[in-house]
Design a protein around this ligand. Sequence first.
Ligand SMILES: Cc1cc2nc3c(=O)[nH]c(=O)nc-3n(C[C@H](O)[C@H](O)[C@H](O)COP(=O)(O)O)c2cc1C
Ligand SMILES: [Fe+2]
Ligand SMILES: [Fe+2]
Length: 396
Amino acid sequence: MYKATQVNKDTWWVGVNDKESDMFESLWPLPQGVAYNAYAIIGSTATAAIDTVKGPYHDEYYSKLLQALNGRTLNYLVINHMEPDHAGLIAQLKSKWPMLKFIGNAKTVPLLKGYHGIEHDVLTVKDGDTLDLGGHVLTFATVPMLHWPESMVTFDTTTGVLFSNDSFGGFGAHEGGLFDDQTVKARWEDEMLRYYACIVGKYSNIVQVALKKLSALKIQNIFPSHGVLFRKDINQVISLYDKWSKFEGEKGAVVVYGSMYGNTRRMAEAVCSGINAAGVNEISLYDASRTDPSYILRDIWKFKAFALLSCTYNTLLYPPMEAICSKLLNRMPKNKFLGIAGSYSWSKGALTALQDFAEKSKLTKIGPEVEVYTSPNAEDLQKCFELGKNLGEAIL
Ligand SMILES: Cc1cc2nc3c(=O)[nH]c(=O)nc-3n(C[C@H](O)[C@H](O)[C@H](O)COP(=O)(O)O)c2cc1C
Ligand SMILES: [Fe+2]
Ligand SMILES: [Fe+2]
């Protein structure tokens, strides 16, 4: 990955690894980095780049693009997505190749003007339009809101490569080979799901529409704009996307607590024991103050059930729990069982807020709701255990 890498006939990976950014979108931690995958197709009559990379990686991207071009001119830049992690170098490419033509769709046009002041040399494509590079005929399919309104995918009808944009992408930089057969699934699946839950999952209904649209294509390879490139087994990622976008949870649960002095934590532990007593062994227990919400969202997406427990803080939810609730409401996964509990020492507030969350979430609530004064007594903990047991039984 330190150089342009041929990934199919006349097709090159010219992307970069970002191991410097602490966070994606200044929001989601990147302990394993992230890759911005960009590509170049060298046809017999014309050449095309598929997306660029994030601005700071200009030099590295440009030198790889030149390697792939091997002395040829760049004729087209296909803009699958205008988000700056892929579109950072559009203006620079135009200054290097003044005759460069941009390929986008109708929704790309205002964004291209807004971000880069580019209004000319834009060829607007619709679904099914083609571009012949000589030996490679590209076709385009819009996938609005995966991940922005102008998002589209590009399909090379000659090689069967789908340049899938953010769809099928994941966090995590390349650590050796670029392809699925050069790494292990255990290394990429969790980071792909964390990316899905945080970035794409809100639009799961559209993922279903897109999967149907793409099923008409004879896809051989899926090359996303982040993470692993799939050539050996594309069905493994298609089936993951199908499962995640249908909210088909695995038999497991996530228990998240917000606690300052440990009382609400002990309630959460009792919920976990109850889930386990029902026969469920896959349980993630998270302290909302100490685990980044992206990991909590990931596991909530993965499993069939979750429980939220919070102490009261200045009459409201404990702030880290409030942050999780608001992130969940923004991209609400469906078909989950939900349990809630709160604690207080004078005015109450946490449980009421969780009840409000439960109502807005439209999820199936499992009882009992538990509200504890100061520190949970044996009866309170037994209720929490019951809540866990009921969640476990619902899961099974
Ligand atoms: C800064 C602060 C604000 C709090 N605000 C409230 C409140 O508005 N209403 C209330 O009933 N309890 C309030 N409490 C009490 C906590 O909810 C109490 O610590 C909790 O019941 C104990 O749970 P924990 O050990 O899980 O933190 C507050 C505590 C702190 C430290
Ligand atoms: Fe994006
Ligand atoms: Fe992206």
